[in-house]
Write a protein that binds this ligand. Structure first.
Ligand code: SF4
Length: 73
């Protein structure tokens, strides 16, 4: 299964905790901002939901070939 890459722009993150609530397996708060638990994950809709829900669009999810999966422009 091809994996996804997950990144958080910690300069943009406001630490709302939305992503850690939606996808606690994939994001955790560290020093007031979110960080991915792992930079590579097996495909999981919760990661997409978290990225779409981030008010700052600070979460970027890409497929293995680099295509941006979320957030949608
Ligand atoms: S939802 Fe966005 S702003 Fe809120 S903690 Fe997660 S990455 Fe940061």
């Amino acid at each position: 299964m091809s994996r996804w890459t997950v990144g958080v722009d910690r300069a943009a993150c406001l630490g709302t905790g939305m992503c850690t609530s939606i996808a606690p397996d994939h994001f955790r708060l560290d020093g007031g901002t979110s960080t991915p638990v792992s930079p590579e994950v097996d495909p999981d809709d919760a990661v997409i939901d978290a990225a779409e829900s981030c008010p700052m669009e600070a979460i970027l999810v890409r497929s293995a070939d680099g295509t941006v999966l979320a957030p949608q422009p």
